[in-house]
Design a protein around this ligand. Structure first.
Ligand code: GLU
Length: 405
């Protein structure tokens, strides 16, 4: 088949593929535990459902402005003022079909062929592929000290004449680290000095633990938004557990936002109308669901961390936010794809190989499911790997005997 060169270089989203694998195995009755997921278990907030069903019941579901209905833009403007202390105009805001589309149309708006986009490892699986789709070249910065946080000097060393943008996702998927405020400040200054776009992927920034405050990138710049090359990405997917609605947004200067809307108009038109109304409901409604999700996640994280502490040979950084851990299993397996496959085959636990996030030897293990499921999942993993574990394990009434050690 004569598929394009571009199509042949793009890899499928590992995270989405594994969601499918888990669902298929469950449909077959397999006792699968999905620790590879990227979506909270909680239900859509009632205010979102009411707003969405209101428009569905009207039966009047038509095209909307490409960059979002006025009510959604208004809600996003209010959100930006409340959480970033920035007053922006409707022309600075675009709503898209998920944060992914906002990032994608942004990359299409700013990249010329061969332009480079820098991001730190570990990174969200989609960044390299999205940059390639937009004709750019992904450049990964890996911290020399083995941490998940490269220094500002390491970022600067990666910058060259082709560097067009930097993407920072904090808290980070898959490690859960938050980059230090001093680092974010330095990065904002560096990007301004070098006239580079800074894409702040704030998808998880309401889900931070231990009383931390999300880092607000606007605090570190005095540049007027119309002169600024900083673009902030957000979505309803994670903080309101509304992944299926596919609503994300970007806030940036008017010129880039207009270009993003032009590209979106040719790509998909507006985001789905009922979903936009659901997002309005969520953003304007009672916000307590975010707090209860955060507390649930924090509790799950603590449970998981206790299990890691008792797991010989596993090194892990305690997540400060989001809902992922990124432990280093290289004492057991160097090849993360083989390890992930092994765990799926032997104990029916879905994990995402670290290789997909730019770091071998690690696995992404999520804690966005229930505490019981998370506990059972990590216990199964330990049973499969730790030679000091008992020789047999029951998955329901299925008896497993460890015959691989
Ligand atoms: N962002 C989530 C994840 O990393 C959802 C899936 C995706 O779009 O990658 O699992």
């Amino acid at each position: 088949m004569s598929l394009s060169q571009l199509a042949r270089t793009i890899h499928e989203s590992a995270t989405l593929k594994l969601n499918q694998t888990a669902a298929q195995l469950r449909d077959k009755g397999e006792p699968v535990i999905h620790l590879g997921g990227g979506e909270p278990k909680s239900k859509t907030p009632i205010d979102a459902i009411v707003a969405c069903t209101g428009v569905l019941n009207s039966g009047d579901i038509k095209y909307t402005p490409v960059d979002g209905i006025p009510a959604l833009k208004k809600a996003i403007i209010r959100y930006t003022e409340e959480h970033y202390s920035r007053v922006v105009k409707p022309a600075n805001v675009i709503a898209s079909s998920g944060a992914k589309q906002s990032i994608m149309v942004l990359l299409h708006s700013i990249l010329d062929p061969k332009d480079e986009v820098i991001f730190p490892a570990p990174y969200w699986v989609s960044y390299p592929e999205m940059v390639k789709l937009a004709g750019g070249v992904p450049v990964v910065v890996t911290a020399e000290d083995g941490s998940f946080c490269p220094t500002i000097e390491e970022f600067e060393a990666a910058m060259g004449s082709y560097t067009k943008a930097v993407i920072l996702n904090s808290p980070n998927n898959p490690s859960g680290v938050m980059y230090a405020p001093e680092f974010v400040s330095d990065l904002v200054q560096l990007c301004e000095k070098r006239d580079i776009w800074l894409i702040m992927d704030d998808t998880y920034n309401r889900l931070v633990f231990d009383g931390r405050q999300p880092v607000n990138c606007y605090e570190y710049t005095k540049t007027d938004i119309e002169q600024s090359k900083m673009v902030v990405i957000n979505c309803v997917s994670k903080m309101y557990a509304m992944t299926g609605f596919r609503i994300g947004w970007a806030v940036g200067n008017k010129e880039v936002v207009t270009s993003m809307a032009t590209i979106q108009s040719q790509q998909t038109s507006s985001p789905a109308t009922p979903s936009q109304w659901a997002a309005v409901g969520a953003l304007n409604g009672v916000q307590s669901s975010i707090d209860s999700l955060r507390l649930t996640l924090e509790n799950n994280r603590n449970i998981l961390m206790d299990h890691y502490r008792a797991f010989p040979g596993v090194k892990v950084t305690c997540p400060m936010g989001a809902f992922y851990t990124f432990p280093d299993f290289s004492a057991y397996y160097k090849d993360s794809q083989k390890l992930s496959q092994f765990l799926l085959e032997k104990v029916r636990v879905v994990t995402v190989p670290g290789k997909e996030f730019g770091m071998e030897g690690h696995l992404r293990i999520s804690f966005c499911g229930g505490a019981k499921e998370t506990t059972e999942g990590i216990e199964r993993i330990r049973w499969a790997l730790d030679p000091t574990s008992p020789n047999e394990l029951y998955l329901g009434d299925r008896r497993l005997v460890r015959d691989w050690m």
